[in-house]
Design a protein around this ligand. Structure first.
Ligand code: NAP
Length: 242
C-alpha cells in the first residue's frame, strides 16, 4: 500500500496538500510538531471527504526523534511504504543579520534543511526498492531571490533547492522524482502578521495565493503525468518574481 507523508501537515499549505493527496486516493500521514488539535482537524477533514489519514507527531529538526517516529511507523505498517513525501514543515524567525541570534539562525535552518535530510534519508529506501516515488520540497521565493530580514530563511530554502537538484540526479533512474515548489505570499498563519494591503500592491496578480493553489501544484507533481519533471523549481507567486 502506497502512503503519502506531509511534514507540517496540520495547518496552512501542509493541510491543503494533505487534502489534495487524499483526494487522489493516498492514505495520508499527517506530521506535526506541537499542534495536535490542528493535526486532528486535518484528519477529520480528510475523513469527511472519504479519505484515510493518520497523525504522526515528530519534530523534523530533531534527527533521533524523526528516526524513531519513522522506524516505528514502518514497523507498524509492514505491508506499506511512503511513496509520496512532501517536505513542507518550515518556520520563520526574521531579523536583520546584524541582530540575529544563534537560536534564530539554527531553528530555521534545522527545520527546513536538516528536516529535509532526516526525513528523506529514512524514506528514500522504500521508494528506491519499489522503483517509484515522489519527493516534493516546499522552498520559497525567499530562497530564490533572497529577502532582507530573512538571511536564515533564504539560506535554508536556497540550500533545499541545491539538495533537490543533487538528489534528483541520484534517484531518477529508479523513477523517483524530486522537485521544489517555491511559493510567494500565501495566506496562512505564517503570513498573518505581514502587511497584506501594502504587499498585495507589489504582486502583479494583486493578491496573496491560497494554500489550495499550492496544493494543486503539489498534486500534479505527485501524479503520474509529472514523471518526466525532476530537479525543477516551480514558482507559484502571482508573478511577483519571474
Ligand atoms: P504555517 O501555517 O505556519 O504551518 C507550518 C506547519 O509546519 C505547521 O503544520 C507546523 O506544525 C509545522 N512545523 C513547523 N516546524 C515543524 C517541525 N520542526 N517539525 C514538524 N512540523 C513542523 O506555515 P505555511 O505558511 O503553511 O508554510 C508551509 C511551508 O511553506 C513552509 O515550509 C514555509 O516556509 C513555506 N512557505 C510559505 C509561504 C507563505 O507565504 N505562507 C511562502 C513561501 C514558503 P505545528 O503547528 O504542530 O508546529
Amino acid at each position: 500500500m502506497k502512503y503519502a507523508l506531509v511534514t507540517g501537515g496540520s495547518r496552512g499549505i501542509g493541510r491543503a496538500i494533505c487534502l489534495q493527496l487524499a483526494s487522489m486516493g493516498y492514505p495520508v500521514v499527517i506530521n506535526y510538531r506541537s499542534d495536535a488539535v490542528a493535526a486532528n482537524h486535518t484528519r477529520e477533514l480528510i475523513e469527511a471527504q472519504g479519505g484515510q489519514a493518520e497523525m504522526l507527531q515528530f519534530d523534523v529538526a530533531d534527527g533521533p526523534q524523526t528516526d524513531a517516529a519513522l522506524i516505528g511507523w514502518t514497523e507498524q505498517h509492514p505491508d506499506a511504504h511512503i511513496a509520496v513525501l512532501v517536505n513542507n514543515a518550515g518556520i520563520r524567525s526574521d531579523a536583520m543579520l546584524v541582530f540575529m541570534q544563534n537560536q534564530q539562525w539554527h531553528s530555521v535552518v534545522d527545520t527546513a534543511l536538516n528536516g529535509f535530510f532526516y526525513v528523506t534519508r529514512r524514506l528514500l529506501t522504500g521508494m528506491l526498492t519499489n522503483r517509484w516515488g515522489r519527493i516534493i520540497n516546499v522552498a520559497s521565493l525567499s530562497g530564490l531571490k533572497g529577502l532582507p530580514g530573512q538571511t536564515n530563511y533564504s539560506a535554508a530554502k536556497a540550500a533545499l533547492i541545491g539538495a533537490t537538484k543533487a538528489l534528483a540526479q541520484e534517484v531518477a533512474v529508479r523513477k523517483v522524482t524530486v522537485n521544489v515548489i517555491a511559493p510567494g505570499f500565501i495566506a496562512t498563519d505564517m503570513t498573518k502578521d505581514l502587511d497584506e494591503k501594502n504587499l498585495k500592491a507589489m504582486i502583479p496578480a494583486g493578491r496573496f495565493g491560497a494554500p489550495e493553489e499550492v496544493a494543486a501544484l503539489a498534486g500534479f507533481l505527485a501524479s503520474e503525468q509529472a514523471a518526466y519533471i525532476t530537479g525543477e523549481v516551480i514558482s507559484i507567486n502571482g508573478g511577483l518574481y519571474t
